[in-house]
Design a protein around this ligand. Structure first.
Ligand code: ACM
Ligand code: ZN
Length: 543
């Protein structure tokens, strides 16, 4: 129940049986059934730290202080594992009277099972084809035990791999496909795809939000969810029990913050679940929410008002070297006012009605007004013009197709990334260095160069080991300007942006080369050990 943190603190806690009874009884009064999730055969490091003999290697293990998928899982060839889990589940069933017991089943690396003689013996003795069928064997055994106690197994969609347990209900999280497949096999399904149902994802422009795990799932996006996919016929569709919102708390440390992530998105999801698709109406939903905010205020819910924030969407236009800024809102006909001089917008400020064209360094601030009043805080974005904006860039190694920052102009478009790896402003390099040459078209006088990198260690994104700037007059012979070494520990858990910046006496030059060296592979202690590491760069600013 406790783990050691790198800062020397101990983190953790647990519910006693009495606590659980109190929670279950309270929920029951509100007609809510609490479904426990007892994760197996993976995501069990806390359990293996206490009982290392239940792993394939014997350990020892520490409870990890970093979230992620871990290679050490329960040994599927060891009878003691099943005895242990059955004892745990027996205790759990006594505490939770509901029909369903969630057994997890997601994100189970097969590495240890491949190397374990006991697991391999099990595969041979049970005539299983591979480790996926071994996972299926594991889940089926647990299902049989639960069924013997009149309970029903529910698990994440990975339990489809290697063969679904006969009576299992599937929670489809990696998209809708697992749920569709299960329903077509006459299994019940709860839809909870990351695309619409992960309330630990950002709900608004990340630079204005508390740090979240990633994603971008606005209120309108949740409201637009349709839990019954069109691929299913009427009979199969009967198997979709409903949808679930998830609030994982890797980046959430207080109940108030959890509320902020869940409300109002859970209200939108509730309406989705009880409404036939043709009765849903986004504008009507928002109008009705106007009556709900005061109620939420009255009962002290820390909800998010992100739906009243303007999303500032800049895009670089290489035909005239400008940045086009759109101001977006999910509200019907919003009165959006903006400024370009750094002051807060008022009801008298310019009204947004068409994309704004920007050709010099500018701070855009925008807000939504109603009856002359700003609805919530204004949003803000800086567009930075400098000597490399719109200039031709040549890459030695390609950037990832998933993280392009907009393409070849991505690092010279005046746009900087927020502390959020998929905000569209970061360019990613997977396992390779960044090396690029910028042709400023004519000789320029310059005295500073900078480039920023994002580190988000649990997402396999690390700082480059070092960044070197070079200059050249002819694009062939380069002279080093400076090398800046990284000083951010790769073990740092929080996301961080570091600007690698060098100021130097003025030089005349036309070409600049930037080299940032990727550490190559994730370090030994990391959950991605041995796999390629990412580096994520944003704007190269030359002045
Ligand atoms: C999950 O988010 N791993 C179910
Ligand atoms: Zn094993």
């Amino acid at each position: 129940a406790w783990r050691n943190e790198p800062d020397g603190k101990v983190y953790g806690g647990y519910y006693s049986q009495d606590d659980i009874k109190e929670i279950v009884a309270y929920a029951k009064k509100l007609h809510i059934t609490v479904v426990p999730e007892i994760e197996l055969p993976g995501h069990c490091m806390a359990s293996l730290a206490a009982y290392p003999e239940l792993s394939c290697t014997g350990g020892p293990f520490e409870v990890p202080s970093i979230w992620g998928v871990k290679k050490d899982v329960y040994c599927a060839g060891n009878e003691e594992v099943f005895e242990f889990l059955q004892n745990v589940l027996t205790e759990v069933m006594e505490l939770f009277p509901g029909k369903y017991i969630h057994i997890g089943g997601d994100e189970v690396p097969k590495d240890r099972w491949k190397d374990c003689s006991k697991c391999q013996r099990r595969i041979r003795n049970e005539k299983l084809a591979d480790e996926h069928e071994l996972q299926s064997y594991f889940i089926k055994r647990i299902e049989k035990f639960l069924n013997e106690h009149d309970r029903q197994l529910i698990g994440w969609d990975e339990i489809l791999e290697g063969g679904l347990a006969p009576g299992a209900t599937v929670m489809s999280w990696r998209g809708m496909d697992g749920g569709i497949e299960a329903a077509q096999m006459n299994h019940d399904v709860v839809m909870t795809p990351t695309s619409h149902c992960y309330f630990d994802y950002y709900q608004a422009e990340p630079s204005s939000e508390p740090q979240a795990i990633g994603g971008y799932t606005t209120l309108e996006k949740v409201y637009g969810f349709e839990p019954i996919p069109s691929e299913l016929n009427e009979r199969e569709a009967e198997h979709i029990l409903g949808a679930q919102g998830n609030v994982w708390t890797e980046y959430i440390s207080s109940p108030e913050h959890a509320e902020y992530m869940a409300v109002p998105r859970m209200i939108a999801l509730a309406e989705v679940c009880w409404s036939p698709p043709d009765k849903k109406n986004w504008n009507s939903f928002i109008r009705r929410m106007e009556n709900q905010w005061p109620r939420l205020d009255a009962i002290g819910v820390n909800y998010s008002a992100a739906v009243y924030r303007v999303e500032i969407k800049p895009s670089y236009n290489d035909t005239n070297n400008s940045v086009q800024v759109r101001l977006k809102s999910e509200l019907e006909d919003p009165d959006i006012r903006y400024t370009l001089d750094g002051t807060d917008p008022t009801s008298e400020s310019n009204k947004f009605d068409k994309p704004i064209e920007i050709k010099s360094t500018t701070t855009v601030k925008a807000g939504i007004f109603k009856d002359g009043e700003l609805k919530r805080l204004p949003s803000e974005k800086n567009i930075r013009f400098h000597k490399a904006v719109g200039k031709e860039v040549t890459y030695t190694y390609p950037f990832s197709e998933k993280y392009t920052a907009g393409g070849d102009f991505g690092l010279v478009d005046g746009l900087t990334g927020a502390i959020y790896h998929n905000d569209g402003c970061w360019q990613g390099f997977y396992g390779s260095d960044l090396e690029m040459m910028i042709d400023m078209e004519s000789t320029q006088v310059i005295s500073t160069i900078s480039i920023s990198f994002l580190q988000k260690m649990p997402t396999w994104i690390f700082m480059p080991e070092e960044v070197t700037f070079y200059s050249s007059d002819d694009g062939d012979n380069f002279e080093e300007i400076a090398t800046i070494r990284n000083n951010i520990s790769p073990e740092k858990k929080e996301a961080v942006i570091k600007e690698f910046k060098k100021t130097f006496p003025e030089i005349n030059t036309r070409y600049i080369k930037v080299r940032a060296s990727n550490m190559g592979t994730c370090p030994d202690w990391h959950s991605g050990a041995g796999n390629p590491a990412w580096i994520f760069a944003d704007e190269i600013v030359i002045n």
